[in-house]
Write a new protein. Structure first.
Length: 326
């Protein structure tokens, strides 16, 4: 079939090639290559119908990552952006491939070849979902293939177990054991390990029963956290001991080691993040308003935008809620 003048051409190149059919536009510019003449004609039709969209469809995986960093990270904290960078380093096999030609099997291969556990696979899945969202937003693709990636749920071994009320009583009865006070501060504030390790003295307002801290998400960053009356003496003592501008003299990695040592001395099996689960469980058990619980822990409220923007819980309500705990 003869193509119209100025429409372009699809011609077969000599030799053995994976994509032997060369596509040229009406000006003779090479637009790409195809496996078959039919595929080449389809590409040529796209070039003539919407040349700008065709150009966008030629974006490589690494080009989409650049778009993600430039436009897709607004409102995200540094830790999340750095995590995206780490996941990108695992995708070298995709760097120079056209994003529009990637399919579910390509993403799954990267995940399986990474050799990581369920947590690592979830990180890659979240990264690919974000990349797909950016590609779709910029009209590079018409479909988000990463929606077919499994969710990789937590295994039974990684599920969190809150401290029991009996265990909390044991902690209070053993304050003479090194760093048990630190464990209790975590349990009553619900702070993440990385958050409390960076908590600055200037943000601790003991007299007014609150502190300012938190990170990771927009809802959790620099949030107001009420201080329970029972842990005020523990925090006050730590403030006196610290020679730095932070509550603790050491960072979160060393704090994790000390947390584990305290657990071993008491014969308990818990990890630091279970302190957050403990606080949420305890507050929920005494029927504290879920929005207040989310405020304290730095979670986006279950009520959606309305609950996050239009419901205002002042510090006195947070303090009152936290002091209902034993």
């Amino acid at each position: 079939m003869r193509l119209p003048n100025g429409y372009g051409s699809v011609s077969k190149l000599s030799g053995r090639r994976r994509r032997p059919y060369m596509i040229r536009d009406g000006n003779g510019v090479v637009m790409g290559y195809a496996k078959t003449r039919e595929e080449g004609l389809e590409i040529l039709a796209t070039v003539n119908r919407d040349p700008e969209k065709y150009k966008r469809s030629q974006a490589l995986f690494k080009d989409v990552f650049d778009l993600l960093l430039k436009y897709g990270c607004n409102g995200l904290v540094d830790k999340t952006v750095n995590n995206f960078r780490s996941q990108y380093k695992k995708c070298s096999m995709l760097y120079d491939k056209k994003y529009s030609e990637l399919r579910l099997v390509d993403f799954l291969k990267v995940i399986e070849d990474s050799g990581g556990g369920l947590g690592a696979k979830r990180n890659l899945r979240n990264f690919f979902r974000k990349m797909d969202s950016v590609a779709y937003q910029f009209d590079i693709t018409d479909k988000e293939y990463t929606s077919g990636i499994p969710t990789y749920p937590q295994s039974e071994e990684t599920k969190r177990t809150p401290f029991s009320e009996d265990e909390i009583k044991i902690l209070w009865n053993n304050l003479d054991i090194e760093d048990v006070d630190f464990v209790l501060i975590l349990i009553y504030t619900g702070m993440r390990m990385g958050e409390i390790g960076k908590l600055e003295k200037k943000n601790i307002h003991l007299k007014d029963s609150y502190l300012i801290g938190g990170s990771k998400t927009q809802a959790g960053k620099n949030r107001t956290i009420p201080i329970h009356e029972k842990i005020k003496p523990l925090i006050e003592n730590r403030l006196k001991l610290s020679t730095k501008n932070t509550l603790f003299n050491i960072g979160d990695k060393s704090l994790r080691v000390r947390f584990k040592k305290a657990m071993n001395k008491l014969g308990m099996e818990h990890i630091p993040h279970e302190c957050r689960h403990t606080l949420r469980t305890r507050l929920d058990n005494i029927n504290v308003n879920p929005i207040i619980i989310d405020r304290i822990l730095g979670h986006k409220s279950v009520g959606g935008t309305g609950a996050n923007v239009y419901t205002h819980k002042d510090i006195n309500q947070l303090i009152e809620a936290i002091n209902r705990l034993e």
